[in-house]
Design a protein around this ligand. Structure first.
Ligand code: TRP
Length: 376
């Protein structure tokens, strides 16, 4: 390609990356996710899934019903599962990591309490897997600053910092996230739609690595193209009927006890119509409580609303509190046991880190071979 062609090509790729969160692209990804869900039921062994969380705060019911429960379902369906505690992503947009050691163990307790099983799921941290982080260097050579600057998620996160200068890590963390996914050759990444640009970036990096450096073995690319799994997760609001957010104090955390849950739900916002219905558009706050009761009890929210009928907000709050406390009682009991045994949590993490390191080392060897840098 001439320089001009290369520039035009790069601009087109940057456009495609920016478009990965467009309506049309979202619809395609959703349709593809439905297909993948069906394939998982027939042959889970073709998939290796990886996803992760930043250890920045306690997990809450929104996380649970939005993504965590689905990870356990995938694990239980027989998909090889990898879950990353993305500690290096904490420092993309803040100067200090805070009580990071405590947060990591707390996240681990959440994971195990909800049913992620360390015998089937590898749980690990960025900072303990050197070869994963080293992949970032060749990967950085495969992207341009303009495509990173156009990443809609990076842009949104940058704007949220209120005009402070962007750190180099914030700009390039999508490349690091590509390393998270590609080091273990995951082909399935359950994410929310805000993460789709990062997934597209990982796909582009996998493809460009193959184009530029070729293959360690002649028959297949070093990195398979990962696909997003967008599950049709119900959108839970906070107890005030607004977007759920820790900073608004409207969340119920997995680690909270039954009394705290009851108190928070008692204060939840409802409306003046005593007749309870499930109408998320027209009555978001009331419907959100009905939905939460439905999710926690595995029942249809319409049915729950009909049963409460003219019982009003008081009955609704009693029903939702009971449903939530019943569903989470065993999870909370297990969580409390785990939290009291940090030695065990550290063992689980050490085993996960060792396994991730083994796989990352093997991938880095392939990368060195493909790049002609395997000197020894
Ligand atoms: N960026 C993700 C989030 O904020 C967390 C994450 C880090 C992740 N690495 C990942 C998700 C790899 C999926 C795959 O939620």
């Amino acid at each position: 390609m001439t320089t001009e062609q290369t520039a035009a090509h790069d601009a087109a790729v940057a456009e495609a990356l920016a478009e990965s969160s467009s309506e049309a692209s979202l619809a395609r990804t959703q349709a593809r996710s439905t297909q993948i869900e069906a394939q998982i039921q027939t042959d889970p062994s073709q998939f290796r899934m990886l996803t992760g969380d930043r250890p920045t705060g306690n997990l809450h019911l929104g996380h649970y019903f939005g993504t965590l429960a689905n990870r356990v379902a995938l694990q239980d369906a027989g998909v090889e599962t990898w879950v990353l505690v993305a500690d290096y992503q904490v420092i993309t947009d803040r100067d200090a990591v805070g009580e990071i050691g405590q947060r990591v163990l707390s996240l681990l307790a959440d994971y195990l309490a909800i049913g992620l099983d360390p015998a089937r799921t590898t749980i690990f941290t960025h900072s303990s897997v050197p070869a994963l982080n080293q992949l970032m260097l060749p990967f950085l050579s495969l992207v341009t600053d303009s495509e990173l600057r156009r990443n809609p998620t990076v842009k949104a996160e940058y704007e949220a910092t209120g005009g402070r200068p962007m750190s180099g890590l914030l700009l390039t963390y999508p490349v690091h996230q590509a390393a998270d996914i590609l080091f273990c050759k995951a082909n399935l990444v359950p994410v929310g739609k805000d993460q789709l640009p990062h997934l597209e970036q990982a796909r582009v990096i996998a493809r460009r690595f193959d184009e530029r450096y070729g293959r360690a073995q002649a028959d297949q690319p070093v990195f398979p193209a990962p696909e997003a799994l967008l599950s049709p997760a119900p959108l839970l609001l906070g107890t005030d009927g607004q977007k759920m957010s820790k900073s608004k104090g409207n969340t119920i955390e997995l680690g909270m006890d039954a009394d705290t849950t009851a108190k928070l739900l008692k204060r939840a916002v409802t409306d003046s119509d005593r007749h309870i219905t499930y109408d998320p558009e027209g009555r978001p706050a009331v419907s959100n409580l009905v939905l939460l009761a439905g999710l926690a009890s595995g029942r249809d929210p319409h049915e729950i609303a009909a049963e409460i009928g003219d019982g009003g907000g008081g009955t609704l709050k009693r029903v939702v509190t009971e449903a939530v406390n019943e569903h989470f009682a065993p999870i909370r009991a297990r969580r409390a046991e785990l939290a009291a045994d940090p030695g065990y949590l550290r063992e689980v993490l050490a085993a996960g880190n060792a396994r991730a390191t083994e796989v990352a080392d093997a991938t880095l060897d392939e990368v060195r071979t493909a790049m002609g840098m395997a000197y020894l």
